[in-house]
Design a binder for this molecule. Structure first.
Ligand SMILES: Cc1cc2nc3c(=O)[nH]c(=O)nc-3n(C[C@H](O)[C@H](O)[C@H](O)COP(=O)(O)OP(=O)(O)OC[C@H]3O[C@@H](n4cnc5c(N)ncnc54)[C@H](O)[C@@H]3O)c2cc1C
Length: 690
């Protein structure tokens, strides 16, 4: 970089995060961070940096920005705050400053010391008592020609199916696109995890290189995994459950009969599930027991009957709990702890949560967070009847001359060369997540079903849904954040249903423990701190321990035109046509979002917050709702014209092909979905085992 550019960049870093008794972004290695990271970011970042420099020079007019006083520089940047390129640049500089030291822009953890943030658990890390199994892992040369069942994906649905089937005596192959990184590799990086939208690839995969998708918004755009429009969950062993927040909610009985209860809003494809809460209840209980959920008896008036209590008590409270409990009580809200797939005491062969300061988005270094990888998948591998093939993709399903599924075509790369192999099985279970499961079905057409397997009625890939979120952020005078994970300790389910003029509703709870980068994004996007200058830095110091967010997912109405299709004109690194995501959300979703955001605001206000910002309403045509809670693209039903599978997840027309993941959800509840995915996978895999 030429010296003049270096000088200008350094002056910008000094202005965006200035020295004020604590090091500036430039002092903390910001220049090195910037030059190292722009090449890693997608979207022409070097050009974008050059554009910002030109913008600053133009805004400084006849003056040399470098020669201006601190106040004069600030005034120049104040004039640029509405420019999208400048906003991106200023946030990138601040991201580097507030991220982990290893990311390069936070030398000697300068900002963490300033904020008194230390993610290490208060008592230090206990010695890990669980280690990842190595038995059962195979490479392509060790594959058998034939298995009883091939399970695609090792996430919530796939891992559970593999467990039940292997324990029932079947010979199982699990094919997983991601790898099995060490938990510590997925813990420390505050810019490269699925919760940070700083523009970097998440280490929980997949990498951007070679993995485009097409986002069909107002115009089609090719997007990469680091872009929220790509719709990433996580692609690693355990899928989303390796790094998720682990909120473990049961859907309510009414969530299974949304169309009957509310009618079908115009323009939506709202439908009832083909099974009821009571059908799923034994499997909810089984998932809670066999995986391990911490929670307390429910006060939720919408909740269904429970055949058993939670196997573990709730996790310890944090400093926000009492404050928010007072506010809830003043408003007459019913509250309860948040159920979590996190050990509150040693459970199974794994320890209790040590309460570190980096939970959602990260793998748990001591495996106190329960995922499919440290429970059901590990059990499957322990049978000796399950092979696990990592870093391999199911490209498409193989069918014989009469269209019956006979196996899976696999693809991977070894020593930079691509290999392909066909593996045969009596049955196949798809657990690749809602986008990829649909993509595999669509890519597997044959003469009899040219538009994809199970797609005679053009249903595969439709009804893509996740969760529009509602919420508000509040600043308190007192300390309300103590940096102790996991974070969510208090919730209200009062608004899941029964809201006048609203179809459905949702749950609200306090947020996961937030990293400094998280807080930077929360405060900046809410307009609670400016994008640069001393006030932004002071705001981070003042608000970091005084900020609480109350957030929650809204039950979406389900649109037939929110969908996954194939884009044959865009191929990934293996030459496979990629998923094209298109659609939007329903006006009813926004009504519910506004209601719940207003409740979140009231709750924060009644709890003593002095400054509150509600979340901005979601755009109707801003693209489909997808990402971490993606679901619905292979919905279950009783009518082959309106669904992709029967009530047992069997793809219509294919008695030996099942779907076992979130794709099956007809609707996605007003709570986080994973416990329902686990429970439903237990139900379907038991049926397969029978
Ligand atoms: C940061 C984060 C926080 C979250 N917090 C919560 C929470 O608190 N509560 C909650 O309920 N949910 C949460 N979720 C969502 C939850 O993880 C998902 O709902 C759940 O994992 C989905 O399960 P699934 O079986 O449908 O798919 P996944 O768990 O996504 O598993 C799919 C697997 O298939 C693999 N795969 C994809 N394509 C292929 C292919 N072609 N061949 C082979 N393998 C393939 C993927 O790599 C992946 O491992 C969170 C997710 C994230 C990322």
């Amino acid at each position: 970089m030429p010296a003049s550019e270096n000088a200008l960049l350094s002056a910008l870093l000094e202005t965006i995060v200035p020295r004020d008794g604590f090091p500036s972004a430039a002092d903390a290695g910001g220049l090195r961070f910037l030059t190292g990271s722009v090449s890693e970011l997608q979207g022409g970042s070097p050009d974008r940096v050059a554009a910002v420099l030109a913008l600053v020079e133009a805004a400084a007019g006849p003056h040399d920005f470098v020669e201006l006083s601190a106040n004069e520089r600030l005034a120049v940047l104040d004039g640029l705050v509405n420019d999208a390129d400048y906003q991106w640049f200023a946030l990138l500089v601040a991201d580097g400053y507030y991220a982990d030291e290893a990311s390069g822009g936070n030398e000697s953890s300068a900002s963490w010391k300033m904020l008194h943030y230390d993610p290490t658990p208060p008592g230090g890390w206990p010695r890990p008592s669980w280690s990842a199994p190595t038995a059962g892992r195979v490479d392509p040369s060790q594959l058998a020609d034939r298995y009883d069942v091939i399970v695609v994906g090792s996430g919530a649905g796939g891992g559970t199916a593999a467990c039940v089937l292997a324990e029932s005596g079947r010979r199982v192959l699990v094919v997983e696109r991601g790898s099995w990184p060490d938990a510590s590799d997925l813990w420390g990086n505050h810019l490269r995890n699925p919760r940070t939208d700083a523009g970097f690839d998440s280490l929980a995969g997949p990498p951007s290189a070679g993995n485009p998708r097409v986002f069909g918004g107002k115009t089609d755009v090719v997007v990469w995994p680091s872009d929220p429009r790509w719709g990433n969950n996580a692609m690693t062993v355990g899928g989303g459950t390796r790094v998720y927040g682990a909120q473990a909610w049961r859907f309510a009985p009414l969530d299974f009969v949304m169309a009957s209860r509310y009618g079908v809003p115009e323009g939506s494809a709202l439908a009832d599930w083909p099974i009821s809460y009571d059908d799923l209840e034994p499997f909810y209980a089984r998932a809670e027991r066999e995986l391990g959920v911490s929670g307390a008896a429910s006060t939720d008036r919408w909740a269904g009957r429970r055949s058993s209590d939670y196997p573990m008590p709730p996790l310890a409270l944090n400093v926000a709990t009492e404050v928010l409990a007072r506010g809830a009580s003043a408003l007459g809200l019913t509250t309860a702890p948040v159920p979590l797939l996190i050990n509150s005491e040693p459970y199974g062969d794994r320890p209790a949560c040590a309460r570190c300061g980096a939970c959602v988005g990260f793998a748990c270094p001591i495996e106190a967070k329960t995922g499919s990888h440290n429970t059901v998948l590990a059990r499957a591998l322990a049978t000796g009847r399950c092979d696990l093939l990592l870093e391999t993709r199911a490209e498409r399903l193989l069918t014989d001359s009469v269209g019956r599924v006979v196996g899976v075509s696999l693809v991977g790369s070894l020593d930079s060369s691509i290999w392909r192999r066909e593996v045969f099985a009596a049955e196949v279970a798809l657990g690749a997540g809602a986008t990829e499961t649909a993509r595999i079905l669509l890519a597997s057409g044959n003469d009899g079903e040219p538009d994809g397997l199970g797609n005679r009625a053009d249903q595969v890939g439709r009804h893509l849904q996740a969760h529009v979120y509602a919420g508000a952020v509040g600043i308190f005078d007192d300390l309300v954040a103590d940096g102790l994970g996991p974070g969510p300790t208090i919730s209200t389910c009062d608004f899941r249903h029964g809201n006048a003029g609203v179809v459905g509703g949702g749950m609200l709870a306090n947020e996961f423990v937030a990293t400094p980068v998280d807080v930077l994004h929360y405060l900046t996007s809410a307009g609670l701190i400016p994008r640069h200058g001393p006030e932004a830095k002071r705001g981070m110091r003042d608000f970091y321990p005084r900020m609480q967010r109350i957030v929650g997912p809204i039950q979406e109405m389900t649109l037939a035109d929110s969908r996954v299709r194939l884009d044959w004109s865009v191929r990934d690194a293996f030459g496979i046509p990629v998923a094209r995501l298109s659609g939007g959300v329903h006006p009813e979703d926004l009504k519910a979002q506004q209601l719940l955001s207003a409740v979140a605001e009231d709750w924060l206000s009644a709890s003593g917050a002095r400054e509150i910002r509600r979340w901005a309403p979601r755009e109707l045509d801003g693209g489909p709702s997808t990402g971490q809670h993606q679901a619905g693209t292979a919905r279950m039903g009783t009518d082959p014209a309106k669904s992709v599978t029967d009530p047992m997840g069997r793809v219509w027309g294919h008695d030996n092909l099942r779907v076992v993941d979130g794709s099956l959800h007809v609707t996605n509840g007003g709570v986080n979905p994973v416990l329902t995915i686990f429970a439903n996978a237990f139900r379907i895999a038991e049926d397969m085992a029978r």
